[in-house]
Design a protein around this ligand. Structure first.
Ligand code: GDP
Ligand code: MG
Length: 163
């Protein structure tokens, strides 16, 4: 079947933005307001004649600690069930958050390949800050900015190489 690529990460790192950016369309809702229904967006990506399905299962907005944990568990369990590849998204402007470390830990022992994507690396001057996510144990982070359109084709090539 078509390979499945799941986007995983704590709220507000830019998971939905990443999906929209790769898709070139606004399919997933980008928002950080609380209380909006949990989303699951699947988008069929085509790039140079190859295909994969990109999946955003992240809930939206600010959640209390329990809802947050539940949301991450939901993302990861859906990814485990269906994904051939996981994009673990983090936020370069914020640096390593406790929740990032927890997600990293949960992803560590999966058989599924994980690519760490350091989003919001809006400018080269933030590159060293982005490299710090290497400490999460999922390899050298791939530095992107959905807002500044940095490294989109680099990411797509990395995805296809891993599939
Ligand atoms: P999600 O909760 O992980 O799905 O995150 P969203 O995609 O909803 O984005 C959360 C916030 O981050 C929004 O305000 C976006 O506009 C912002 N954002 C997303 N990508 C970037 C980026 O590359 N650079 C900057 N500076 N902000 C971004
Ligand atoms: Mg989202």
């Amino acid at each position: 079947g078509i390979p499945q690529v799941a986007i995983v990460g704590r709220p507000n790192v830019g998971k939905s933005s990443l999906l929209n950016w790769l898709a070139g369309l606004r399919v997933a809702i980008v928002d950080d307001r609380p209380g909006i229904t949990r989303d699951r967006v699947v988008y069929l990506m085509e790039h140079e004649g190859r295909f994969f399905e990109l999946i955003d299962t992240g809930g939206m907005g600010h959640m209390d600690a329990d809802a947050l944990t539940q949301d991450i568990e939901n993302q990861i369990s859906q990814a485990i069930d269906s994904a051939d590849l996981i994009l673990f998204v983090v936020d370069t402007r914020e640096g390593i958050a406790t929740m990032d470390s927890e997600v990293a830990k949960r992803l560590r022992y999966l058989k599924t390949t994980v690519i760490c994507v350091a989003n919001k690396t809006d400018h080269e001057k933030f590159d060293t800050q982005a490299d710090d996510f290497g400490r999460l144990g999922h390899g050298q982070p791939l530095k992107v900015s959905t807002e500044q359109n940095r490294n989109r084709s680099v990411l797509l090539n990395r995805i296809f190489d891993a599939l």
